[in-house]
Design a protein around this ligand. Structure first.
Ligand SMILES: [Fe+2]
Length: 149
């Protein structure tokens, strides 16, 4: 049985990833402007990555004997990332996505510290891999669209 604190952190990450996943669909659907095609496709890549991440997180919880959040209501309650409720221009979508990626990475780092403290090497390894993937995504998004407008 995994440590309950580690499981709690993994579920927090799952909650953020689920909200982010749908938020990025919102951007994929509603982005407009002269860079539509590029941005539409970029957001598609981002939500596909997030889908893999949320599945990995939930299955890690199961692997260590915990119960992953199974409803959107629970995810919304535990997420630190806010849903998108406003219309946004492309520039704001990029800025907010970069900010959410930073929020996710910070929360993953905190969770990795906790799993490390509890000697859960499998979870720590998985989270360290996730940190690298999020950092790389941030770099690529910033490089491609940091000047978007
Ligand atoms: Fe689509």
């Amino acid at each position: 049985m995994g440590n309950p604190t580690v499981i709690e952190h993994l579920n927090g990450l799952l909650a953020d990833t689920v909200v982010y996943y749908y938020k990025i669909h919102n951007y994929h659907w509603f982005v407009k402007g002269h860079r539509f095609k590029e941005l539409h496709e970029t957001f598609e890549g981002l939500y596909e990555n997030a889908h893999q991440d949320l599945d990995d997180l939930a299955e890690r919880v199961l692997t260590i004997g915990g119960k992953p959040l199974g409803t959107l209501a629970e995810c919304l309650k535990q997420a630190t990332i806010a849903e998108e409720t406003e219309p946004r221009d492309a520039e704001a979508m990029i800025r907010l996505t970069l900010s959410d990626l930073k929020t996710r990475a910070d929360r993953v780092r905190a969770a990795a510290d906790v799993s490390d403290e509890h000697g859960d090497r499998g979870t720590t390894a998985m989270l360290e891999d996730l940190i690298q993937r999020i950092e790389k995504t941030s770099w690529m998004l910033e490089s491609a669209f940091g000047d978007a407008g």
